[in-house]
Design a binder for this molecule. Structure first.
Ligand SMILES: [Fe+2]
Length: 192
């Protein structure tokens, strides 16, 4: 099974024009182990990011995302490889959109046998299991676009910005308690 699917939603525009991210922090405290933290995430009200047309469409599907996650990735950098809440199927899927960089992608990995994660924790005590590229085998990659893409987030993955400008990405998640397979089944009518 694939790790991502482009979605043909009947919506003309998904993300608002000229969203103001002046309040988005551009530098972050390093991880507790001293390694730098380059990528940031902040939650915004849906109305600030998504068009009313798209919000109305989500409501028709009985999706009520509590907020929109915005990720900021600096030029020529990668987020660490991680899983979103491992073994929690509620976090198996998301829709992502990206803009601002001419070249960015999401990549998925198989974790090689017997490799154990490096636990990073932030100074605010958020723990995340991470892996280095040499502990993993690349299994799939998807250029990220301003087209909604259903992405799998319960496998090891990360995003990479290969461009020379900041990459912005919006991620919409919801209360549906679905595995990846259940999400793909639900979205079948819109899979391109
Ligand atoms: Fe993730």
């Amino acid at each position: 099974m694939k790790t991502f699917y482009r979605l043909n939603f009947p919506v003309a525009q998904f993300i608002k024009d000229n969203i103001d991210f002046d309040d988005f922090p551009r530098t972050f405290e390093p991880f507790a182990d001293g390694t730098p933290r380059l990528w940031g995430v902040k939650y915004y009200p849906n109305e600030k990011i998504l068009t009313q047309e798209f919000i109305n469409f989500l409501h028709e599907l009985d999706f009520h995302p509590p907020h929109t996650h915005i990720f900021m990735g600096p030029a020529n950098s990668e987020l660490f490889i991680h899983k979103d809440a491992p073994s929690d199927p509620r976090n198996a899927w998301a829709f992502n959109f990206s803009w601002g960089s001419e070249s960015s992608e999401m990549r998925w990995y198989h974790i090689n046998d017997s490799e154990t994660p490096v636990v990073k924790h932030t100074l605010t005590n958020r723990y995340v299991d991470t892996w280095t590229a040499d502990q993993c085998t690349l299994i799939d990659r998807a250029p990220m676009l301003l087209t909604p893409t259903l992405v799998r987030v319960d496998l090891a993955h990360h995003a990479a910005n290969m461009g020379n400008t900041v990459r912005w990405s919006a991620s919409v998640r919801d209360q549906h308690n679905w595995t990846w397979e259940e999400a793909v089944e639900f979205f079948k009518p819109w899979i391109a």
